[in-house]
Design a protein around this ligand. Structure first.
Ligand code: ATP
Ligand code: MG
Length: 229
């Protein structure tokens, strides 16, 4: 096997700091994906998302949280009151690692409940590996469904399943729903939290408002009423 060097990645993708580079290389050496198979899907402020290929030829998705994120204070506000993550204090890296772990756990739980989400594969420090949806599938924002009503009903059904399983998505909108051949797949579960979090209700109401605004089929109140009853 060709030697994997940090320098190789440095020239290829300058978005990575040293710590992250080591982490990527470690995952690659463990055999989670092939060297040279990384290609960027989305370079965001908080996270960068890459496509990669496994040795079996399967596409996977690599979500890498930046260690110097501009939105750190906001992330802290949203995770500090989650009872599962008490005692984080202001340690930046610790919080980012917990954020990644939370997304992984939330995805696992959602898979168990039958909500259409990418299958999580592995988390390691600031990196999350998961199933690739589509090639990749576009966001609803960029690729609205043909049958909006049918698609919306599917989203609504899954919001109720989430609620009944004791989790609110927390950042649900047309940006975090993929249109996978006219079927919704929900992504970006790092905000999702259980009802014993004091901000749970605020997040639930916000999700309902976003979905009402994005689909324009039911009002926020009607959506909330459907979910709660
Ligand atoms: N499993 C996946 N399969 C296909 N595409 C994906 C997958 N995960 C993420 N993407 C693509 O990458 C984009 C960014 O992913 P995501 O929404 O998880 O991160 P983000 O919004 O940048 O992060 P965050 O809000 O957690 O900081 C998505 O809009 C989607 O286009
Ligand atoms: Mg997102």
């Amino acid at each position: 096997m060709a030697k994997i060097t940090k320098e190789k990645f440095k020239t290829k993708d300058s978005v990575f700091d040293n710590f992250t580079l080591k982490n990527i290389i470690s995952l690659m050496r463990k055999g989670f994906f092939l060297e040279d198979s990384l290609s960027p899907i989305k370079i965001g402020k908080e996270a960068v998302v890459f496509a990669a290929e496994t040795k079996e030829g399967k596409d996977i998705c690599i979500k890498i949280y930046r260690l110097e994120t501009a939105n750190f204070n906001q992330m802290y506000r949203y995770i500090k009151s989650d009872p599962r993550f008490i005692g984080l204090n202001h340690k930046m890296r610790k919080i980012i690692f917990a954020w990644v772990q939370r997304e992984y756990r939330n995805l696992l739980l959602m898979r168990k409940e039958g909500v259409p989400v990418p299958e999580p594969i592995k988390f390691q420090q600031n990196i999350l590996l998961m199933e690739m949806i589509g090639k990749p599938a576009p966001m609803v924002k960029d690729s609205p469904p043909k049958d909006v009503k049918k698609f919306f009903e599917e989203v609504l059904k899954n919001m109720k399943i989430m609620y009944n399983s004791g989790l609110v998505h927390g950042d649900l909108s047309k940006y975090n729903i993929l249109n996978d051949n006219e079927k919704p797949v929900l992504i970006d579960f790092s905000h999702s939290t259980p009802p014993n979090n004091p901000i749970y209700k605020e997040l639930l109401e916000r999700d309902c408002k976003n979905i009402a605004d994005d689909f324009k089929i039911m009002s926020k109140e009607e959506i909330l009423d459907y979910i709660l009853n």
